[in-house]
Design a protein around this ligand. Structure first.
Ligand code: ADQ
Length: 471
């Protein structure tokens, strides 16, 4: 069996279930194959005298039969690659926010330099039949850099965030280089069909790519296999957490505290892609148009701090403080506050109880690759009396979760109406919708995601891999 090598911006201890996300997704495959996980350590190396950064060698750590290899970054690389190109160019543009992008030429150079550094440090750790799986927008050119150094392994790439339409992509000065770089992979996976369509349209119009069969594109003398692999969650693990002591305690505590109220919940990172101000506006509209919800409906909005060193996030934080203050000031009573806004992380083991105690979840991003909170909310519900999910049609999850109440988060009135419908939906309709949603997230869970992607990568024609090593 080939060894799995995972490369992502950050790594995590695969034994640590609390890490969630990628750690859970790749844990089994890494453990089965005695795998390697390579990424940035999260540390910024001190500069040596004279301002030259020390060259760092990967720190190797063994966790069971898995090896973690992490690199420190120099201050310059951290600023240009991570804060700059990844978070101030690719993140906003891929979420359709050209207005927030900062196309500083130093950023692109830093991004390329760090991808070269990753390739250079990873290559000596590779074995000839390793299967390499690269994750996310930080590392788009990694395979091209590895190929240039002679790497002939099978390499797959998964994009966790949305792929924008061609004309938005074309706003990035280096768009051709970025998209061409993807053809150095053997398989590129997206979260949903819409993303796959955007990528196909881009390469067909900009690089005259040809479709070869159902799921291959040919351009730049390379054949690239592409597909939609919607990421899922570990449903059973989440149900277990909901029924464990901490989950039950949280559930009972919330239900008691809000026994006379209807609870609405939002759980997000504080990020402009998540549509948080629009959500507060819609909730305000609900209180204005359906006054029976006053003194009753309470929105708990948890917004975990995120990327606080970037200006756009600081602005969003101030905007949210203002909006939540206003709605509480205008509608609040001595014994009821419409919004409880918490700018903190919630421990993972407490989330399922919180989800289960909520009558409605508001998952209303303006754009989102998938959104796992939507799936976690479904998994945590009581099947006999499930809460209702209000979901943005612009989240990747909307392609799979059609039985949720789908909304356009830019439409304040429409979203408020959908929230009212969720709050008043009869039990039998809620059960019917929830059963359909639950069976879908169970079928397409986290194991389905990693095994179907890796299976497809293993099946890539070997001829192509050999060809790739020569380009
Ligand atoms: P994120 O933008 O981080 O991830 P999301 O999928 O919503 O978004 O959340 C990831 C995890 O973080 C979930 O397990 C959730 O429970 C947890 N989380 C979020 N807010 C939290 C909070 N306030 N407190 C505690 N935990 C919180 C990116 C893409 C997504 C894609 C994922 C996975 O932007 O679209 O779904 O990767 O591919």
């Amino acid at each position: 069996m080939s060894r799995l090598v995972v490369v992502s911006n950050r790594t995590a201890d695969p034994r640590n279930a609390a890490a969630g996300g990628l750690a859970v997704a790749v844990r089994e495959s890494l453990q089965q194959t005695g795998g390697l996980w390579f990424g940035w350590s999260g540390k910024v190396a001190e500069e040596a005298d004279g301002g030259t950064p020390r060259t760092s060698e990967p720190h190797l750590q063994t966790v069971g039969n898995v090896t973690l290899a992490t690199l420190d970054l120099s201050r310059e690389d951290h600023e240009t690659y991570y804060l700059g190109y990844a978070n101030d160019v690719l993140w906003p543009v891929f979420h359709y926010r050209l207005d927030l992008a900062n196309f500083d030429t130093r950023f692109a150079a830093g991004y390329r330099r760090v991808n070269q550094l990753f390739a250079h440090k990873l290559l000596p750790l590779l074995k000839p039949d390793d299967l390499i799986w690269v994750h996310d927008y930080h590392l788009i050119p990694l395979a091209a850099e590895l190929r240039a150094m002679g790497c002939g392994n099978r390499i797959g790439f998964f994009l966790h965030i949305p792929m924008p339409p061609p004309l938005i992509m074309a706003a990035i000065p280096e768009h051709e280089w970025l998209m061409r770089s993807l053809f150095a992979y053997d398989l590129v996976g997206f979260q949903c069909e819409a993303d796959l369509t955007h990528f196909s349209h881009y390469v067909e119009s900009e690089a005259r790519a040809e479709k070869v069969g159902r799921d291959c594109l040919r351009a730049f003398d390379r054949t690239l296999r592409v597909g939609a692999y919607p990421i899922g969650i570990d449903v059973d693990d989440f149900v277990r957490l909901a029924e464990a002591n901490e989950g039950l305690r949280m559930f009972a505590g919330m239900r008691e505290e809000y026994s006379r109220r209807r609870l609405l919940l939002g759980v997000d990172r504080l990020d402009y892609s998540k549509g948080l101000p629009q959500r507060i506006h819609a909730f305000r509209q609900l209180l204005a148009c359906h006054p029976e919800n006053r003194n009753s409906a309470t929105l708990i909005q948890i917004a975990a701090p995120s990327r606080e060193d970037l200006g756009a996030y600081d602005q969003l934080r101030r905007q949210m403080d203002g909006l939540c203050g206003e709605i509480n000031g205008d509608y609040g009573e001595l014994d009821w506050m419409p919004v409880r806004y918490i700018h903190r992380n919630v421990a993972r083991k407490r989330l399922p109880g919180l989800y289960r105690a909520s009558h409605v979840a508001l998952v209303t991003p303006l754009r989102d690759g998938m959104n796992l909170v939507a799936k976690e909310f479904i998994a945590a519900q009581d099947r006999a009396d499930p809460g209702m999910l209000v979901l943005s049609r612009f989240a990747g999850a909307a392609e799979q979760l059609k039985e949720a109440l789908l909304v356009n988060p830019y439409d304040t009135q429409g979203t408020a109406q959908a929230i009212q419908r969720a709050l008043t939906m009869p039990l039998d309709e809620r059960i019917e919708r929830h059963e359909a949603l639950l069976s879908r997230i169970r079928k397409f869970d986290i194991r389905w995601w990693s095994s179907s992607f890796l299976q497809a990568l293993k099946q890539v024609e070997h001829d192509d891999v050999e060809l790739a090593s020569k380009t």
